[in-house]
Ligand binder design. Structure first.
Ligand code: ZN
Length: 239
């Protein structure tokens, strides 16, 4: 009934495939038409005609394929990490954390000085991990987990974990959890400086990261499948 009504009122003699809604059409109708335009970028008219029944699964699979795989996806969204650390890390890689540089650009903040070192501008690359404070925290975590302390850039660190390290699956999980926790705790330290005028020492932040990773992996029951992993992790839990 609705389809017949739509044909009579809107489409009339025009073909649905090339139909464009009028500017004064209702919002819901324009929305339906915009979904149709999106489908056109995924399927040809013939492909859709051949579909005996509209399949949500097929359309979803095609949509997913269209998204390029991001090199940080599995690290940021690794399930072992505490959810709030995943979100902050995701915002960080997207460049969407509200750093002072961003706030200054939109006229919300009248200074761009880094709250942690008070020496440079607070930009994303500075906070993660060019800042003297961040660098010391990251290197503390790297030393703890046997990561070369020359890995001072986020993507370089992820590449090392994926391609160069000889880490086991468990070790990679622990490292990704720790890197997410590092980003989260640096952002928290920065916010502490902003709202409470207190900057924790780098060693306090490092201990906080270590504790959160140890507790989290114990909480979710992350398995060390080899004796090597067990020995390795036991040595890390004594901090
Ligand atoms: Zn700084």
């Amino acid at each position: 009934m609705w389809v017949r009504w739509v044909n009579a009122i809107y489409i009339k003699t025009a073909g649905w495939w090339n139909y464009q809604p009028k500017a004064d059409s209702g919002w819901y109708w324009r929305k339906i038409c915009s979904v149709k335009e999106k489908l056109k970028s995924l399927f040809s008219e013939a492909e859709l005609d051949q579909m005996p029944k509209y399949s949500i699964q097929k359309v979803y699979q095609k949509l997913v394929q269209q998204h390029e795989k991001v090199p940080w996806g599995s690290a940021v969204w690794n399930r072992a990490s505490i959810p709030k650390t995943r979100v902050i890390c995701w915002l960080m890689v997207q460049g969407r954390l509200q750093t002072r540089e961003r706030l200054h650009k939109i006229g919300v903040c009248n200074t761009t000085t880094c709250l942690l070192c008070e020496a440079k501008d607070e930009t994303r690359p500075h906070l993660f991990f060019d800042c003297e404070y961040s660098r010391r925290c990251l290197q503390g975590v790297e030393e703890w987990l046997d990561i070369p302390t020359s890995k001072v850039h986020y993507m370089g660190l992820l590449r090392w974990v994926k391609w160069k390290s000889q880490c086991s699956k468990f070790q990679k999980t622990a490292i990704h959890t720790a890197v997410n926790a590092t980003v989260y705790n640096l952002w928290r330290a920065r916010n502490d400086a902003l709202w409470n005028q207190k900057v924790p020492t780098p060693s306090t932040t490092i201990r906080c990261i270590q504790r959160s990773v140890i507790d989290r992996l114990a909480h979710i029951g992350a398995k060390q499948s080899s004796t090597n992993d067990q020995i390795w992790w036991k040595s890390k839990c004594t901090v």
